[in-house]
Design a protein around this ligand. Sequence first.
Ligand code: PMP
Length: 431
Amino acid sequence: FRTRLRGSSSIIRRRIATLGAYSPLFYREPLEIVSAEGVWMHDAKGDRYLDAYNNVPHVGHSNERVRLAVSQALSSVNVNSRYITRMPIDYAERLLALFPKQLDRMFFVNSGSEANELALRIARQKTGNRGIIVSDFSYHGNTTALAEMTTGLTVHETLGSHVRAITIPDLGTCVEAKDQRDLTAHALESVDQAIASLQSEGYGVAAVIIDPIFSTEGMPTPGQEFISGLVDRVHKAGGMYIADEVQSGFGRTGLHMWGFQHFHRLPDIVTLGKPMGNGLPIGAVIAEGEIINHFAAENQYFNTFATTPASCSAAMAVLDEMEDKTLMGNAAVVGAYLKHRLESLRTHHDEIHSIRGSGLYIGIELSYEGEALGKYAADIVEGMKSLKVLHSRIGRYDNILKIRPPLVFSQEHADMFCTNLDIALHQGRCQ
Ligand code: PMP
């Protein structure tokens, strides 16, 4: 990393000297961003980039409504949760109304990690069990408990002895799967084994936690039968189903507000983060009142920054913007259009193996013979950057191009993305 960046600009050297390895940077020559609005980002050299990657600025970079709402809160009152202020209550009512009626109570937190950490505590206390089931290539956050169940990112912590990893069946493209029913049955067998192992070692099952769009995994499509089988088995073992909506929530997948709705199974606990405040740190844990009360009866949960009116005002402005500009509908329409255009690109680019995902969370699975897949995908991401389009890549082999723009992405932006991807793929092939 150091060698690669030698001779780089002074801002990169200062960043490394102060922040070290904190949050790995994108790109062989990292970008210094000086301003952004809507779906556009501007770097220090004066170049403009189409942002097809960032999901935190959900309703667009530098959104005016969010700015005004936060500014208004900061210039009136922004105290912690030991006082009653109106905005957190107004927002909680508005947010909970977007969930099935059983999920009627919530905690505010400041990040996706905090949300998942709290969800684990709630599940452990409610069930009296400690065991956790995760997918074998997943990420749910950066606390100690979450690091001990991280399978999709390098961490020093080894998998906790109370954690079992299961494989998510990839019904879309698994080449070995002659029969999709076999694949599901095989995956459910691994769930049975995980549960049996947790029970025989005395941990029991506290919860299974999944990201309903399986983004770290590379957006496999496991199918209804698998999800139902998984949740049924976990419930039968006395555990809870936690839906980590940090990536999939707030209408990103187009057809539904929440990713779990694609599978028609109600989670026991839902966690939220990233796009909720359009850049302000805010997240939530949502469950049935009885579950939250059970936790609250034995735990004084205090969280200084959560519930501050400024963050809640940003979150409220996000919902207002989504509603006024029908952004979930936009994710559905533009996402479908983009998928359609990518499918036609696939007809003359053999290296595109599949198009996956939903709404404005789309993956382009690349295969490329004779070349390390990850390196090839990295070259495409770099190629797109030189064409002034930003996106990324994910998956076990890092070979799935990831498109996850602010929801104000339009058909015109989708066209721009596809035109440039066509060029980048041609250039990639010639290297
Ligand atoms: N869950 C998922 C699915 C995530 O993708 C992330 C962040 N990438 C987190 C949780 C953690 O969120 P945060 O970084 O806000 O703590």
